[in-house]
Design a protein around this ligand. Structure first.
Ligand code: SF4
Length: 322
C-alpha cells in the first residue's frame, strides 16, 4: 500500500549548553533514529511516557523543528528539501493539547479560523470568509452565530472544537492530534473523540494521534507505535499490540490501563526506577535499567528492530530470540 507519509531514520538532538561560553556539554536525543509510515486515511497512534519524544516527532513533521538527520516524505516528496513545491500547511495541520493557550485571546473566532483561508487565498471577500467559517463551526458542532465571539467566552470542550475547525479549514490530508482530549473532562473527551472519528470518515483524514491514554488510542487508531527514550520500541496493529504486546515496556503500559469490568483481574506490572535521560549514552537496550525481564546481554548489546509477526515489529532480545 502506498503511504501518505513516511519518516525515515528521523533524529532530533538538542545541545545542552553550560557555562559562561555556553559550550555544548552533551546532546539530548529527543528523537533517535525513528522510522514509521502513515497510510492514506489511516490513524497511527503514538504512545509513551511524557518526554519520550512524541511531540518532537509531531513538530518535526510540521517543520516547526529542523531534524538533526533523517527525512520525512509526504507522498514521495521530502518535506525538508528546499526544492519541494509542497505547501505544508495545506497538507498537514495540528490540533493542540491545550485548548486554552492554543487560541489567541485577542482574536475573534472568525479571525482565528478564517486567517488561513485568507492567507492561502481560499476566500477573497469578507462575506466568503464569514460563510466558510460559519460552515466550519457547524461541522464541529458549534453555532455559526458564534463567529464574532472571543475564546474566553467558550468552555474547554468548545475551544477544542474551535481548534479542530481551524485545523480543518484548509482541508488537510493529515492531522497531528497532540493529546487532543487529555486536558478535557471525561464526559467532554468522549464528545471530542466522536467528533474526530466522524470528521475522519467525512474528510478521509489521516491522523498521527499522540496520546498516553491507551484505551483512546486503541479505539481511534488502526496501528500503534510505542516510544521509549526517543526510539520506537514496538509497532503493530492495535489488535495485535493490545492482545499480545511483545515488548516488556508495552506490557507494563497496558497492564496499567484500567478495565471497566470488575470481574476482570489484571496483574499490574510496576516499573522500578525513573525514566533515564536520553542524554545518557547506554550500552545495550535503553530500557534495561527498568526492565523486569532483562538478561545480561541486555546491558551490552542494543536489540535490533525486527518484524516478529505480520506487521508486528519489536526491539527486544528476548522476543527476537537471541
Ligand atoms: Fe528488556 Fe532486554 Fe528486551 Fe530490553 S532487550 S526490553 S532490557 S528484555
Amino acid at each position: 500500500m502506498k503511504n501518505l507519509l513516511e519518516a525515515k531514520n528521523l533524529r532530533k538532538y538538542f545541545p545542552i549548553e553550560r557555562g559562561f561560553w555556553r559550550k555544548t556539554k552533551a546532546m539530548l536525543k529527543a528523537v533517535d533514529g525513528v522510522s514509521f509510515s502513515i497510510g492514506f486515511k489511516e490513524a497511527l497512534g503514538l504512545v509513551g511516557e511524557s518526554g519520550c519524544g512524541k511531540t518532537t516527532i509531531g513538530r518535526l513533521i510540521l517543520k516547526l523543528l529542523e531534524p538533526t538527520s533523517g527525512a520525512v516524505f509526504l507522498e514521495n516528496e521530502d518535506i525538508f528539501k528546499k526544492t519541494t513545491n509542497l505547501n505544508l500547511a495545506e497538507e498537514i495541520q495540528i490540533i493542540f493539547q491545550d485548548p486554552f493557550s492554543s487560541l489567541n485571546p485577542r482574536l475573534t473566532i472568525e479571525e482565528i479560523v478564517g486567517e488561513s483561508l485568507i492567507f492561502h487565498k481560499r476566500v477573497r471577500t469578507r462575506q466568503e470568509k464569514r460563510k466558510a467559517v460559519g460552515e466550519l463551526l457547524q461541522k464541529v458542532g458549534l453555532n455559526s452565530s458564534f463567529i464574532g465571539r472571543y475564546p474566553h467566552q467558550f468552555s474547554g470542550g468548545e475551544r477544542q472544537r474551535i481548534g479542530i475547525a481551524r485545523a480543518l479549514a484548509l482541508r488537510p490530508r493529515l492531522i497531528i492530534a497532540d493529546e487532543p482530549v487529555s486536558s478535557l473532562d471525561v464526559s467532554i473527551q468522549a464528545q471530542i473523540f466522536n467528533l474526530m472519528k466522524d470528521l475522519q470518515e467525512e474528510y478521509n483524514l489521516a491522523f498521527l494521534f499522540i496520546a498516553h491514554n491507551l484505551e483512546i488510542v486503541r479505539l481511534f487508531c488502526k496501528r500503534v507505535a510505542v516510544m521509549y527514550l526517543g526510539k520506537i520500541v514496538e509497532i503493530a496493529s492495535s489488535d495485535s499490540l493490545f492482545q499480545e504486546p511483545l515488548h516488556p515496556y508495552t506490557q507494563a503500559l497496558i497492564s496499567a490501563t484500567p478495565v471497566a469490568d470488575p470481574t476482570v483481574k489484571k496483574k499490574r506490572i510496576v516499573l522500578k526506577g525513573e525514566v533515564s535521560h536520553s542524554i545518557e549514552s547506554f550500552s545495550g537496550c535503553p530500557f534495561h535499567p527498568r526492565c523486569f525481564k532483562a538478561i545480561p546481554l541486555c546491558s551490552k548489546v542494543i536489540p535490533s528492530f525486527e518484524e516478529k509477526r505480520d506487521g508486528h515489529w519489536v526491539s527486544c532480545h528476548l522476543v527476537n530470540g537471541k
